[in-house]
Design a binder for this molecule. Structure first.
Ligand code: COA
Length: 296
C-alpha cells in the first residue's frame, strides 16, 4: 500500500471493486471525450451498457490472471481511481488508468507507480493513451515514447477490395500459430487473451505456408486487433474485416509505422483523423499491427 495525497490509500483491486472501477473509467473517459470533441463531432455519450458489461468481464478476467497489476485508489474511504495492467511473457501492458474528474490531481501518479511494479523484469511495455494531457505527462515521466495514433471511419467502398482468398474464420487449432505471430510482431504472445478477444469479436485468419495473420472485428464494425507477417497479408485481413459491415466501420489505433493501413483506408474511402498515442518502452511501434486498446 502507498500513501501520498492526504487521505489517499492505493490498494490492490478486489473483485468487488470492478463495477466501481468501470464507473470511474466511464466517467473519466466521458470527460476526455467532451474536452477533446471537435465541433463536427456528435455530443459524447456515456459508455453504453453492453460495453460496460464487456469492460467488467475483461477486467474481472484480468484480475484473475494479473492481480498484482490491478490497483484502486481510495480517497477518504471513497474509491476514486483505478489502474489495471497485464504481463504477457516479457511484455507489460497498461489496460485502463482513470481517476474520477472531481478527484483528479496527485492520484494518478501513485496509482500508475503501483501498476508499474507489475512490469518489473519485463523487457517491453505498451499502452494506448488518450489525448488527456495529464495522462501524457504521466506516461512520458514513466519513460514511454509516445507515437500519435490515427483512427479511420466511414462507409466502405468495396470497389477497390483485393481478392480475399485464403482469409478464413479462426478455429481453436490456430491459437499456437497466432501466439508465434504475436511473438514475432510485438515480442510476446497473447496467450489466453486470444480467447478474451474471441468473446468480443469475430476472428479471421490467414495461415498460408509463407504468410500468416489474424484480425478481430467487433459486431459494431470496429476493428479490435490485427497482426500479420507482412503488409500484404495485413491489408487483405483489414479489407476482410471492414468489408463485412454495411454500416459505419471504425479502424482505431493506426500508428505511423502502419502506413499500409492508411493505404487500405484511402482505397476504401474512409476518413482519417488523429486520436491519442501509442506509448512504448523498450520496443518500437509494432508493424504490421493494429493494437487492442486495453490488451495491446
Ligand atoms: C490520467 C489520469 C488517470 C491522471 O490522474 P491525475 O490524478 O489527474 O494524475 P496526476 O495529478 O498524478 O498527474 C497528472 C500530471 O499532469 C499535470 N497536469 C494537470 N493538468 C495538466 C494540463 N492541462 N496540461 C499538462 N499537464 C497537466 C499535473 O500537474 C501532473 O503532473 P506532475 O505530477 O508532474 O505535476 C486522470 O487525469 C484521468 O482519469 N484522465 C482521464 C482518463 C484518461 O485519459 N486516462 C488515461 C488514458 S490511457
Amino acid at each position: 500500500m502507498a500513501e501520498s495525497r492526504e487521505g489517499l490509500v492505493v490498494r490492490p483491486m478486489r473483485l468487488e471493486d470492478v463495477e466501481v472501477a468501470e464507473q470511474i473509467s466511464a466517467e473519466a473517459f466521458l470527460q476526455v471525450d467532451r474536452a477533446t470533441r471537435r465541433a463536427t463531432d456528435p455530443e459524447p455519450e456515456r459508455r453504453p451498457a453492453a460495453r460496460s458489461q464487456r469492460w467488467i468481464d475483461r477486467t474481472s478476467s484480468l484480475l484473475a490472471t494479473d492481480g498484482p497489476g490491478c490497483w484502486v485508489a481510495d480517497l477518504d474511504g471513497r474509491t476514486v481511481g483505478m489502474a489495471t495492467s497485464l504481463r504477457r511473457e516479457t511484455l507489460w501492458a497498461l489496460a485502463t488508468f482513470a481517476v474520477l474528474p472531481d478527484a483528479q490531481g496527485g492520484i494518478g501518479r501513485p496509482l500508475l507507480e503501483a501498476a508499474l511494479q507489475h512490469s518489473v523484469g519485463c523487457l517491453r511495455g505498451m499502452l494506448s493513451s488518450s489525448s488527456d494531457p495529464r495522462a501524457v505527462r504521466r506516461y512520458l515521466a514513466a519513460g514511454f515514447d509516445l507515437h500519435p495514433q490515427m483512427v479511420m471511419t466511414g462507409q466502405v467502398d468495396r470497389s477497390a477490395a483485393p481478392s480475399l482468398r485464403g482469409v478464413r474464420e479462426a478455429t481453436p487449432g490456430d491459437l499456437d500459430e497466432l501466439d508465434s505471430l504475436d511473438r514475432r510482431v510485438r515480442g510476446a504472445g497473447r496467450g489466453h487473451d486470444h480467447l478474451l478477444l474471441a468473446q468480443t469479436g469475430r476472428a479471421m485468419v490467414v495461415t498460408d505456408r509463407a504468410s500468416s495473420g489474424y484480425v478481430y472485428v467487433g459486431d459494431t464494425g470496429s476493428v479490435l486487433a490485427l497482426a500479420a507477417t507482412d503488409r500484404r497479408t495485413a491489408s487483405r485481413l483489414l479489407w476482410a474485416a471492414i468489408s463485412r459491415s454495411d454500416g459505419e466501420v471504425e479502424v482505431p489505433h493506426v500508428t505511423g509505422a502502419n502506413q499500409w493501413a492508411l493505404r487500405v483506408g484511402l482505397d476504401a474511402g474512409l476518413t482519417v483523423r488523429t486520436e491519442g498515442y501509442l506509448g512504448v518502452r523498450g520496443m518500437k511501434p509494432p508493424a504490421p499491427y493494429l493494437h487492442h486498446g486495453a490488451l495491446l
